[in-house]
Design a protein around this ligand. Structure first.
Ligand code: PLP
Length: 282
């Protein structure tokens, strides 16, 4: 049975879907995307993702396209048509500027954006016990362009960074710019030092992750001290705990960094409290 996807107003088996090779997403990576978790059959904080989508579309001058209610109808129809009712899955949504009749850098005035969405299994979501085993990360220089706050589909440095991690027996890379932590190939970064949770402040250097936002909201609600402040490489290396966050990984403890244990090499107590609160959100 083929997966049902959504493409430009229609639901269809994925094998029937096609787009023009002149689509600017294909030619220029001219588009943005979202990844929204689905637990059982429910979307996880879709309104936060739709608010980010709206900001991102606006940032690259693509019109809003749909109301929140219309987007939700598309996502929920996909959930229904693909019989998603258990475990951890996600919606992948990609919007590109669309296809012109020739290839030219300058953005044409009137194009119909291409809207593509599908459901897929979230392979990375693990139980608390699974996450508590810890993960390995390696550091690299952040080679990306400056506007990393837009969730753009131009992910070449990110895929190279993730591949570098896997080649070095790690699950993620933690990227640094001018000796300061930015984020990972597809996660945000937190450290804990002397009981204080810290994460780099929002800037054009990082994606405003929804999981980052939820983690900070949980810290505030539960009187867990936290700061949004720049983190140096030295602070990262000497942290009591290092976490990476994303919709699919949730909050994952990094217990080995550049082949050295983070503190005692075990997932820490503040991570344990935070992941327990996070899992209670769904
Ligand atoms: N940073 C980058 C570069 C990402 O690609 C992602 C997710 O794909 C994140 C951070 C985490 O964002 P979220 O928590 O919204 O999944």
């Amino acid at each position: 049975m083929y997966k049902i996807i959504y493409l430009n107003g229609r639901y269809m088996p994925i094998k029937e879907a096609s787009i023009s090779p002149l689509d600017r997403g294909f030619l220029f990576a001219d588009g943005v995307y979202e990844h929204i978790q689905i637990y059982e059959n429910k979307l996880f904080y879709p309104e936060k993702h739709l608010a980010r989508l709206k900001r991102n579309l606006n940032a690259i001058n693509i019109p809003a396209l749909h109301s929140n209610a219309e987007w939700l109808t598309i996502f929920n129809t996909l959930i229904e048509k693909n019989h998603i009712d258990s475990g951890s899955n996600h919606i992948y949504l990609q919007v590109t500027r669309g296809a012109d009749d020739h290839r030219a850098h300058v953005i044409p005035e009137k194009l119909t954006p291409t809207i593509f969405a599908l459901t897929d299994i979230s392979y990375l979501t693990k139980s608390i016990e699974g996450l508590a085993k810890g993960s390995r990360a390696v550091t690299i220089e952040d080679a990306r362009r400056r506007d990393c706050c837009v969730k753009a589909i131009s992910l070449l440095p990110n895929i190279l960074a993730r591949t570098y991690a896997v080649e070095h027996n790690a699950t993620e890379t933690i990227m640094l710019r001018d000796n300061l932590v930015t984020e990972c190939a597809s996660c945000n970064v937190f450290i804990v030092k002397n009981g204080i949770i810290m994460t780099p402040p929002l800037s054009s250097n990082i994606l405003p992750g929804i999981t980052r936002e939820l983690t900070l909201e949980l810290a505030a609600k539960n009187s867990m001290p936290y700061k949004e402040q720049p983190i140096t490489k030295d602070e990262l290396q000497n942290a009591n705990e290092v976490w990476i966050t994303s919709s699919s990984r949730e909050i994952e403890p990094i217990t080995t960094l550049d082949n050295k244990p983070v503190a005692d090499g075990k997932a820490g107590p503040i991570w344990y409290k935070m992941i327990t609160l996070y899992k209670d959100l769904y």
